[in-house]
Design a protein around this ligand. Structure first.
Ligand code: CUK
Ligand code: CUA
Length: 867
């Protein structure tokens, strides 16, 4: 890797790539470049974005998923997608909408009793402290069905959906105020606040716009609807919004279009909306004092209650100097407050300019009550020229802005929709600095924390609407294209494209990875949706089936690799609730659960409890199973739900009973199982010894894994007792089953134990002797690596410690490699053959190669904790 890096730095220094590579690497890189038609620049771009396996990113991006109603999470600079967070739309993998608990969240989003199963997400927002991202919560809006959802960044799951009861459409949300006191959500298409019919002719009188200030409990991460309120606004179509910060803290800014209040009517011979709504040269930016409004709304006389929402009438806001308008160029779109709150940059959309408003100027006009007039609703208008710092001519269709690291010096980036460019300019000097072409039609752009009080610079992502000719064709509907741009140099440099095939993302927000600290497991028995202990929490040994009238409750558990209980019988017509708890503590040991044909599914992360309720209205036999390939015996992780009709008589078919084994055969099988178990146990003991000798307890993550492994191991004595009791009764059939169970626990112990060992990486490898190096080569080229991965169980056992596993280990290994068949009947080898379903083949190595391989294995053992 070092070699590779120095090579690249030479590239950057201008050395000819081909020459460098030819001399350093036998021309391999040159060959690849030629074969793939790559330029030097391509290779540099690749190196800037490439993450080697296991590599991590510097930033995490939360992108709206547009019409998919989800949030897309990916890393920067690698542009690798990491997660889809289900928000407004059912998502089966995560069980979202398919288990009771998440369905409850999804149904919080019902509007007037109507189920809604999608959303048009536009603007994700990260919670803030002092205007900086704190990595705790994510909010996102739904334009189509006016709602806001809250996602917990502790587990990246949706925890709350609130419906706006007065808006019929919204767009200017979600935006946090600087200390996450409120979330701004502005209306879009004006409509009556009540739910009644009002003729369109009464538009100006009865249709309204507005901005809702959702009160946010920053600690609990929930919106408190009863403490929230809406500011009534004229039926201009409000658009994007932003909260003031720093010097403009306490104020909110919301754009609008259609201040013409045009209502269209193509069907009656009127020109279409697009003509009538963009007639005026200017529209209005709404400027409002949310801090003052929050005070006003404490007094009953200052608000009206509409559909359970406190609404402050415009007249009250105006009378209290809390609402103003400023003209802004025609049909604006983005409004973005600078990190210190002094500048408010508004993009023209139908104008080639960006307008830079200055807070101190606006504030002066407000304080001096210097108004240029009033709108038809009596709202004071501030003079545009007197509010402006200035305007910059950027290009066609400016939409959105993001601030750069040198924002104090005026560094800002703006997307140009029509020109398909990102422009870097200076909002203080109003000069254009640089432009880069994107493909094509960019909407939002995303800087790294680029709209917080602490922009990080480095990259801009261009969120393009079109992907024409960028990707392999997939039919008439193309993916969207997010393009990563390096902004660290003098010129912007477009690095890479990423297709996003899941709806049209509008805005994305990026945060430093170092600010996020998500959980890897839940506290046992938690309902993650509420954060409280689940009513269905069930621990090992507490599994039971309880009938209450016609409702059957199954209190069950899942742990590798069984679901307890494994048989459930109910009557047709019963209501069934499965309460399931994933007892795992091992990281990433997720189990899924479904009952076939019943349209339920849950994803159970370690520690999680989930409820699934349904009516058993189909008679028959329904397998249920774990839907995640969680372990070698995942397929066996199943059971049956049997639904019988209480009004039917069923005849037993047991006459057809199958022949069974003789007692002697059973006894032989039992002996074999016991032998395999003791051999497997020896392996476990070697792993345990290794862990102890290397002080696993000093490393928290390793310690967790070991705890989990020992947990599995600790279950063995109880099984052994049952096995012994069965032997005493002469029931070898049962005893074999318990011995098999013991083996299962051993495999799980070994599995987790080996993962623990993997992690125990702290020391530096000792230097390889020439023989060991030669052995590693022989190991690789001789094909051993096809089945054995050092430090891991793959399609063959891990070879770490193999020399210690057997008495006279070196000789044992040598004999085995030279003539594998000679040991096929050895009980340990036999158990491995059974387990992996593979026999070690003869690789026809010579003695010298085998000797070197043994040297290599010794080196592996010396450095076992590094693998
Ligand atoms: S919006 Cu889509 S490009 Cu909803 Cu913020 Cu501008
Ligand atoms: Cu649990 Cu598959």
């Amino acid at each position: 890797m070092d070699k590779y890096l120095s090579k690249l730095s030479m590239l950057v220094l201008g050395t000819s790539l081909a020459a460098t590579v030819a001399s350093a690497n036998g021309g391999e890189l040159e060959k690849v470049m030629k074969a793939r038609g790559l330029t030097e620049n391509d290779v540099i771009h690749a190196a800037k974005t490439y993450n080697p396996t296991g590599g991590r990113d510097e930033f995490m991006v939360f992108s709206s998923g547009g019409q998919c109603g989800q949030v897309i999470v990916y890393g920067v600079p690698s542009m690798r997608i990491l997660k889809y967070i289900a928000v407004f739309t059912p998502e089966p993998w995560q069980g979202y909408g398919y288990d009771d608990d998440s369905l409850k969240i999804l149904r919080e989003g019902n509007i007037r009793g109507k189920e809604i199963n999608w959303g048009d997400t536009h603007h994700p927002a990260l919670s803030e402290t002092d205007g900086k991202y704190d990595g705790k919560w994510l909010a996102i809006n739904d334009k189509a069905n006016p709602r806001v959802a809250i996602i917990d960044l502790n587990d990246f799951e949706t925890k709350q959906i609130v419906v706006n009861p007065v808006f019929k459409s919204e767009h200017g949300g979600a935006f946090f105020t600087p200390n996450s006191e409120y979330i701004l959500e502005a209306c879009q298409y004006a409509a009556p606040f009540d739910n009644n019919y009002h003729p369109i002719e009464d538009y100006k009188e009865t249709y309204r716009g507005g901005v809702t200030l959702w009160k946010f409990d920053h600690k609990k991460g929930r919106i408190i609807p009863k403490d929230s309120f809406t500011l009534e606004l004229p039926p201009y179509m409000q658009d994007l919004s932003d909260a003031g910060k720093g010097v403009s803290y306490g104020w909110g800014f919301t754009n609008s279009f259609n201040t013409e209040m045009y209502t269209g009517g193509i069907e009656v011979g009127m020109p279409p909306n697009e003509a009538g709504m963009s007639r005026n040269d200017t529209d209005f930016m709404h400027v409002y004092n949310w801090k003052k409004l929050a005070q006003l709304v404490k007094n009953k006389k200052n608000y009206k209650m509409i559909n359970g929402m406190r609404v402050i009438p415009m007249s009250v806001a105006v009378a209290n100097n809390a609402l103003f308008l400023i003209p802004e160029p025609k049909s604006p779109h983005g409004v973005d407050v600078s990190p210190d709150g002094e500048y408010i940059v508004v993009c023209g959309k139908l104008d080639t300019h960006a307008s830079v408003f200055q807070w101190s100027k606006i504030k002066k006009l407000i304080d001096n009550k210097e108004y240029a007039g009033r709108d038809p609703y009596g709202i004071p208008i501030l003079d545009m020229k007197k509010s402006l710092h200035g305007q910059a001519e950027l290009g066609l269709g400016p939409l959105h802005n993001q601030y750069g690291k040198d924002w104090k010096d005026g560094e800002i980036y703006t997307s140009l929709y029509v020109d398909s460019q990102i422009v870097k300019w200076n909002y203080k000097t109003l000069k254009v600095v640089d432009k880069v072409n994107v493909h094509y039609n960019v909407g939002h752009l995303c800087g790294m924390e680029g709209k917080s009080a602490d922009p990080q610079g480095k990259y801009i992502i261009s969120l393009n609407k079109l992907a024409i000719d960028r990707f392999d064709p997939v039919g008439p509907l193309h993916p969207q294209n997010h393009q990563l741009i390096d902004i660290s140099g003098k010129k912007m440099d477009l690095l890479v494209d990423m297709p996003l095939p899941l709806g049209e993302p509008h805005q994305a927000v990026a945060i430093r990875l170092s600010k996020l600290h998500p959980e890897v497991r839940y506290q046992m028995g938690i309902d993650p949706k509420t954060g409280k202990q689940h009513v269905g929490k069930t621990l090992a040994g507490q599994e039971k089936i309880v009938r209450k009238g016609k409702h059957v409750y199954i209190y069950g558990t899942l742990v590798r690799s069984h679901i307890n209980p494994e048989r459930v019988t109910v009557n047709k017509g019963d209501t069934v609730t499965f309460y399931l708890t994933n007892l795992e503590r091992a990281e990433d040991e997720t189990h899924g659960f479904t009952v076939d044909d019943y349209n339920i599914h849950a994803s159970l992360e370690p520690g999680e409890t989930v409820a699934m309720t349904f009516k058993a209205d189909l008679e028959g036999v329904f397998p249920y199973y774990c839907t995640e390939f969680c372990s070698a015996l995942h397929l066996e992780m199943m059971g049956y739900m049997m639904v019988k009709d209480p009004n039917k008589k069923y005849v037993s078919a047991q006459k057809l009973k199958m022949k069974t084994m003789t007692k002697a055969q059973l006894k032989a099988e039992y002996d074999k199982a016991v032998a395999v178990n003791s051999a497997t146990d020896a392996v476990i003991q070697s792993v345990v010894k290794f862990l102890k000798e290397n002080h696993f307890e000093k490393h928290a993550t390793v310690k967790n894994l070991v705890t989990d492994a020992l947990d599995q191991y600790g279950k063995i004595p109880a099984q052994k007792k049952q096995s012994d009791a069965a032997v005493k009764k002469g029931d070898y059939e049962k005893a074999v089953l318990f011995e098999n169970m013991i083996w299962q626990y051993m495999v799980k112990t070994a599995d987790v134990g080996i993962r623990a060992k993997d992690l125990l990486v702290k020391e530096v490898a000792t230097k390889q002797s020439p023989a060991a190096a030669e052995g590693e080569r022989a190991f690789g080229e001789g094909g051993c690596g096809g089945c054995h991965v050092i430090g891991k169980v793959s399609s063959g056992p891990d070879l770490t410690g193999v020399l210690q596993r057997h008495e006279n280990g070196e000789k044992w290994v040598k004999d085995f490699v030279m003539n594998p068949a000679s040991k096929y009947t050895d009980p340990y080898v036999k158990s491995m053959i059974d387990y992996f379903n593979l026999k070690m083949p003869n690789q026809h190595m010579n003695e010298k190669e085998v000797k070197n391989i043994i040297e290599y294995l010794k080196w592996v053992d010396q450095n076992a904790n590094l693998f």
